[in-house]
Design a protein around this ligand. Structure first.
Ligand code: MN
Length: 129
């Protein structure tokens, strides 16, 4: 059984790139182009991990992460922040919002893989599948 990873990303080019990286790692990607859609999909699908763009139109990724972590149905799902603006303080703000990891765009393939391996569950069935 493949890991299921929800990608909340409004930029179609980034979404495509992240989906491709996930598929290379044997993950199934679920996509949402807004925080609202992401919250709905997270509650309905209970993915193994969420990659959350912080700069989304309307509700930001910070607020969406706070809501995910405040909802018992989704609180245990690891959230990795994605940000194009590697600004001083973003990392701390992402952690404060409840993010479990943080990646800057353009994505480093190595950092991406390391983060997935650190945060995806390691059930034996999945490791073999
Ligand atoms: Mn964005």
């Amino acid at each position: 059984m493949a890991w299921r990873v929800l990608v909340v990303e409004d930029n179609p080019v980034n979404l495509e790139l992240v989906t491709e990286l996930l598929e290379q790692e044997g993950c199934e990607a679920l996509a949402a182009e807004s925080a609202d859609a992401g919250l709905r999909l997270a509650a309905a699908e209970r993915p193994d991990l969420i990659l959350m763009d912080l700069q989304l139109p309307g509700m930001t990724g910070y607020e969406a992460t706070r809501r995910l972590k405040a909802d018992p149905a989704t609180a245990t799902i690891p959230v990795v922040a994605l940000t194009a603006h590697a600004m001083r303080g973003d990392d701390a703000a992402a952690k404060e919002a409840g993010c479990d990891g943080y990646l800057t765009k353009p994505l480093s393939t190595q950092a991406f893989r390391e983060t997935l391996r650190r945060l995806l569950p390691r059930g034996a069935a999945r490791a073999e599948g």
